[in-house]
Ligand binder design. Sequence first.
Ligand code: SF4
Length: 503
Amino acid sequence: MRLFVDCADPYARELELIAKLFFDGLSFVRDTPEEASWRARVTVEEGEGCNPVRAVAQLTTPERTYRAEHERPVRLGNEARARQKAAKKAAAYVFLEVLEQATGIVQPWGVLTGVRPTKLYHQFVQAGYASEEISALLVREYRLAPEKVDLLARIVARQRTVLPDLYELDREVSLYIGIPFCPTKCAYCTFPAYDIRGQQGSVDDFLRALMDEIAQVGAWLRDRDLPVTSIYFGGGTPTSMTAEQLDTLLKTLRTHVPHIDRVRELTVEAGRPDTITPEKLAILKTHGVDRISVNPQSFTQATLEAIGRHHTVEETIDAFHLARRMGVDNINMDLIIGLPGEGVDHLRHSLDMVGQLQPDSLTIHTLAFKRASAMTQNREAYRVASREEIHRMMALAATWTAANGYHPYYLYRQKNILGNLENVGYAKDGKESVYNIIIMEERHTIIGLGCGAVSKIIPPGTDRVIRFANPKEPKAYIEHYHDMLAKKLALLDEAYGTMGMRR
Ligand code: SF4
């Protein structure tokens, strides 16, 4: 599909994101209109002062012409930035409307193309809007479907119950620690995950570098007397390491992170069931790990084989029971909707199995075709469910979780996600992950340590997010972490000034 769009430069990116919601493999062009079968023109009057912005779109297809207009007040601040944002959203609004008319496809998330729709809801709450006003605004000005508005409202309410101080957390930080190893690489994966038997630098060399990072960041935190709210070990699969390596790493963490006993949550991803052993679980317990993930993704063996998981359904079940027997009382499970060859019946089976195991939380992902994954590069080889079936699966997951005592508590969206849907974290009462809420809502700095870890530095009292990424490959990390760490600490110093420093 080739779509020509005539618009001013500042709106092009937003409009391209909107167009991609409707067409797979879209070619979005802003020159050579004669080669495009569909042609659109979007104009915006930004206005000034307290006047609203105004946008008009016209779309011509081979069959007919569609037109939409929209006037939008400037909200959430009245300065130039708020006006520019309103202008972009107005352009997106009219463009979405003509595309919906022409295709007959209704986008449940309306003009929200970003990763974190809950952040917008929180902004309205903090600006003093009542929940009914927020719901009405999201439908009227963002074109959200009422069920998505309801989902956002429930999630935000839940987050504020779990973390009553969510809006005052900016003087604390969280830590993310990236362990870049897995037993094998799954076909849909773009995480830094290297075969632990591979040659990308030895695990011990990686650990030496990581422990040095932990020690230096720990010293920085101690100097500033900054409390740590939550710590998350991800990757990769941290439990790919041996029991001894895990023990050494967690001891280092306990030694260097100030006031570690006051950390609200310590999570270790044990995502691959084939990495979980009694010895490793005992070590996690000894070092105060509160929460782990054991991730089935699907309970259909043929699917696991098709996506290269290289573990069995039985291993997932055994690992879960083992963790329970050893007293792990907060276990998350991940399922993915839309894995190759799967439809509603496969999901129903997976949910039945989850129902038998009763994990404390359940994260429902929708498959995303990320550019770098092996699955995307070989996309024709995989048959995935239709848009309609994906929507039915998502609806089944929502109904099932509600009927089984799981509440939605965090949500995020991704590009190229099947059906333009979302990933939702559900949990039983009191089992929500603090870290997951903090990372989604960007409420304070998360310092990333280890491979592929992205630090998100948020200077206290601002909504600025400064990203800083560690190298993804173990070899590059081992060679360069020292210089990268110096740069990261300089950014942190700049963001925090003299805050908390002892005189
Ligand atoms: S287990 Fe997770 S991190 Fe490892 S390869 Fe599979 S999807 Fe990637």
